[in-house]
Design a protein around this ligand. Structure first.
Ligand SMILES: [Cu+2]
Length: 141
């Protein structure tokens, strides 16, 4: 049994990597008119969000209303888009041309670590309505 222990360790390592991959989910957000549905999506770190039915829409995260240190998202107009979220927190986004009509949404990844930042933000108009909805969903967790 010279290789016994290392083989078992390798098998456990492979199994845990496999299970992490197996548990990562993809969540679909679609559009209906000038609305994202669902407007707020709660996911786990490592999960992916796929935006579909985006003929005249895009996804742009809003500076200051995402977890600190995360990369800005600004997807191409009229294209489906997907993004894997690793860092916990609330990500507020808009459809660039339609936020005036209230077209925005939020992704809550794991714990809403930046809830206080959102609460302190003085967001108005369409963004303000999305932020309000994200806060109430985060507080209901
Ligand atoms: Cu739009």
């Amino acid at each position: 049994m010279k290789y016994g222990k290392s083989l078992i360790a390798a098998a456990i390592g492979a199994a845990s990597m496999f299970s992490m991959t197996a548990f990562a989910e993809t969540h679909v957000v679609t559009t209906a008119g000038m609305k994202f549905e669902p407007l707020v999506v709660k996911i786990a770190p490592g999960d992916t969000v796929q935006w579909e039915n985006m003929p005249t829409h895009n996804v742009e995260t809003i500076d200051g209303l995402v977890p600190e240190g995360t990369e800005k998202i600004n997807s191409s107009m009229g294209e489906n888009y997907q993004h894997t979220f690793e860092k916990e927190g609330i990500y507020v986004y808009k459809c660039t041309p339609h936020i005036g009509a209230g077209m925005g949404g939020a992704i809550i990844v794991g714990e809403p670590t930046n809830l206080d930042v959102l609460k302190a933000a003085d967001a108005k108009g369409g963004v303000g309505r999305v932020v309000k909805k994200a806060i109430s969903e985060a507080e209901a967790m």
